[in-house]
Write a protein that binds this ligand. Structure first.
Ligand SMILES: Nc1ncnc2c1ncn2[C@@H]1O[C@H](COP(=O)(O)OP(=O)(O)OP(=O)(O)O)[C@@H](O)[C@H]1O
Ligand SMILES: O=P(O)(O)OC[C@H]1O[C@](O)(CO)[C@@H](O)[C@@H]1O
Ligand SMILES: [Mg+2]
Length: 345
């Protein structure tokens, strides 16, 4: 069997380990021939590909980033008729002699995985995203690493904040789902964690910050980039669009900091963590999850379980139908926010 591998969306620590897991199982155990496409759909469209064998994946597990590269280049030409777009991918896959494709990506990518499978290109999904917003899996690899980096950033901001009696605001990623802010905030004891799912008013945020000051402490506010103040209908954006044509988020911490300062009279500083939380070596948890995901995907190819995604369910990797994974964004449920909110202020 000849299997293609392609990454799409933002990179996520653990992608290399996933490729290694799939190749070690797929090539060495099941006897597949595997080929990797460079920079996501760009490599597929342009025929830029490399053989994936044991030598190609040597030593990959601890490495951040992804050796194949990733991008938000679309699978179908922009504005193309969907049926035409699908046919073009099917024809290309046949030209490359592929029996199937492994697609490593988040919710956007897995939507494509599902569209392709329904359109006659056999596919299997490997879920990755630091955002952890994909259904059909308990956690996506990359999330644990991002949370660890964000928690460390909170710990560091706390010491300088306490020294100057300042309120520190840390902005983390999370476009539609606040998982990183929620987990990092809980891990590092932030006094306020603001997430896209649950808008809060500036009056309420000010009250929390003042009550922390009244206890003789300095506040650490963690905010997800997609958070909106109550009554505001759009997230704060930067100039320009991402590769998928969506507004680039970012800057909410810089908007909040002067508002908090004005409201409380407490000197406030903003920090935007940005792509630091996607870079560098994956945590041991992410390496293990990613490796097991890759192994499960290779086994699923052998078993002909096309149209599925290798999801984590408890401590098992199970092949879940793609529709289950992409039907709905996995956002923070009210009970998880309530749990965190108990500690605010
Ligand atoms: N409904 C869709 N139809 C066609 N192409 C899509 C669709 N959704 C996503 N894509 C393509 O898949 C790419 C990856 O999706 P997206 O940018 O949302 O990242 P992702 O896979 O969700 O990963 P992450 O959120 O971690 O960056 C997009 O840039 C786009 O080219
Ligand atoms: O790499 P880019 O295009 O700046 O993307 C940033 C986005 O990617 C993610 O890291 C993953 O989807 C989001 O949290 C963030 O909004
Ligand atoms: Mg996504």
């Amino acid at each position: 069997m000849r299997i293609g591998v392609l990454c799409s969306g933002g990179d996520s620590p653990g992608m290399n380990a996933a490729i290694r897991g799939a190749v070690l199982r797929g090539v060495d155990v099941h006897g597949f021939e595997m080929v990797g496409f460079m920079d996501g759909w760009r490599g597929f469209h342009e025929g830029d590909r490399i053989p994936l064998d044991r030598a190609a994946v040597r030593g990959l597990s601890p490495l951040g980033g992804v050796m194949l590269g990733t991008s938000r280049v679309p699978p179908f030409a922009r504005g193309s008729d969907p049926v035409e777009g699908l046919r073009a991918v099917r024809d290309r896959a046949a030209e490359y002699g592929l029996d199937g494709l492994l697609l490593i990506g988040g919710n956007g990518t897995q939507t494509v995985t599902s569209l392709l499978n329904e359109g006659g290109v056999p596919t299997i999904g490997l879920p990755k995203t630091i955002d952890n917003d994909l259904g059909g899996t308990d956690y996506t690899f990359g999330f644990d690493t991002a949370v660890s980096i964000a928690s460390e950033a909170i710990d560091r901001l706390r010491t300088t904040g306490e020294s100057h009696r300042r309120c520190m605001v840390l902005e983390v990623m999370g476009r539609d789902a606040g998982w990183i802010a929620l987990h990092a905030g809980m891990a590092a004891g932030a006094q306020v964690s603001l997430i896209p799912e649950f808008p809060e008013s500036i009056e309420q945020i000010g009250e929390w910050v003042l009550s922390v000051r009244d206890r003789g402490r300095s506040s650490l506010v963690v905010v997800a980039e997609g958070f909106r103040l109550a009554g505001v209908d759009r997230a704060v954006t930067r100039e320009g669009l991402d590769g998928f044509g969506r507004p680039r988020l970012g800057g909410v911490a810089e908007v909040l900091a002067p508002l908090i300062e004005q409201r409380t009279g407490i000197e406030t500083r903003a920090t935007v963590l940005g792509h630091v939380q996607r870079g560098g070596s994956p945590t041991a948890f992410d390496r293990v999850l990613a490796t097991r995901t890759g192994i499960a995907a290779a086994d699923a190819v052998l078993a002909g379980q096309w149209g599925t995604m290798a999801g984590l369910r408890g401590d098992r990797i199970e092949m879940v139908p793609l529709e289950e994974a992409v039907g709905r964004l996995k956002t923070v449920p009210p009970e998880r926010y309530e749990e965190a909110r108990l500690n605010f202020g």
